[in-house]
Design a protein around this ligand. Structure first.
Ligand SMILES: NC(=O)c1ccc[n+]([C@@H]2O[C@H](COP(=O)([O-])OP(=O)(O)OC[C@H]3O[C@@H](n4cnc5c(N)ncnc54)[C@H](OP(=O)(O)O)[C@@H]3O)[C@@H](O)[C@H]2O)c1
Length: 174
C-alpha cells in the first residue's frame, strides 16, 4: 500500500483561508501539473469531513466513480453526492488503511489538512507532492501541524511552471 498526498498550498503553508476560501489558488487549479496522472493512479481517496463539505459545494462531483472515503466522527449525509462512490469511515488512520488494504486498495490519496496531519503523525504517508502557489496569505488552514518526531523526507523532483507554481515531490524516509 502507498499513501500519497497531492495538495496545493500558499508559499506560507496554508491550504485554505481561515473561512475555507480557496480564492488564492489559481483558477481551475492552474496549468496542468500532474493532477490528472496522479488521480488516475489512485484506487481510493480518503478525505476529511471539512474537505468533503468544500467539494460538495462544487458545481460537479470532481472524483468521477473513484472510491471516496469521508472521515468523520459524526454521521455524514452522503445523499447529496450524485454519481459518486462514497462511504464513511472513522477511527485511527492505521485501521482505515488496514480496511482499505483488505478491500483491495493499493494506492490511497489522503486529502484535507487535519486528515493529512493525522496520517503523517501515524507514520502512514509515503509520498508528499506539494504544489506551492506564489502567494503569501498570512493566515489560514495549515497544511502541516505538530508531530511527535521529525519526519525525514527525500526530495524526488521539483518542477516549476510558467504561472509560478512550484511542485515538489518527496518520499517519506522509512
Ligand atoms: N489547497 C488544497 O489543495 C486543498 C486540498 C484539500 C482541502 N483543502 C481545504 O482545506 C480545508 C479543510 O481542511 P481541514 O484541515 O480544515 O479539515 P479536513 O482534514 O478536510 O477535515 C477534518 C475533519 O475530518 C474528520 N477526520 C479526520 N481524520 C479522522 C479520523 N481518523 N477519524 C474520524 N474523523 C476524522 C474530522 O471530522 P469531524 O469533525 O466531523 O469528526 C475532522 O474534523 C477546506 O477549506 C478545504 O477546501 C484545500
Amino acid at each position: 500500500m502507498t499513501v500519497s498526498v497531492f495538495i496545493g498550498a500558499s508559499v506560507d503553508g496554508f491550504i485554505a483561508r481561515p473561512n475555507g476560501d480557496l480564492d488564492f489558488l489559481p483558477e481551475g487549479a492552474g496549468e496542468p501539473h500532474g493532477y490528472d496522472e496522479f488521480i488516475g493512479s489512485v484506487d481510493a481517496l480518503v478525505i476529511g469531513r471539512k474537505t468533503f463539505e468544500t467539494v460538495l459545494g462544487l458545481a460537479t462531483w470532481p472524483y468521477g466513480n473513484k472510491r471516496v472515503v469521508v472521515l468523520s466522527t459524526q454521521p455524514v449525509d452522503l445523499s447529496a453526492v450524485r454519481g459518486g462512490v462514497v462511504e464513511q469511515m472513522a477511527g485511527p488512520p492505521a485501521e482505515i488503511v488496514a480496511k482499505l488494504v483488505a478491500s483491495g486498495a493499493h494506492h490511497l490519496y489522503v486529502d484535507g489538512g487535519i486528515t493529512i496531519q493525522g496520517f503523517l503523525r501515524a507514520g502512514l504517508v509515503q509520498r508528499l507532492i506539494i504544489t506551492r502557489v506564489p502567494v503569501l496569505i498570512g493566515d489560514g488552514i495549515p497544511l502541516f501541524g505538530t508531530l511527535p518526531r521529525d519526519v525525514r523526507l527525500h526530495h524526488v523532483a521539483t518542477q516549476h511552471y510558467p504561472s509560478g507554481l512550484v511542485k515538489s515531490e518527496y518520499r517519506v524516509a522509512a
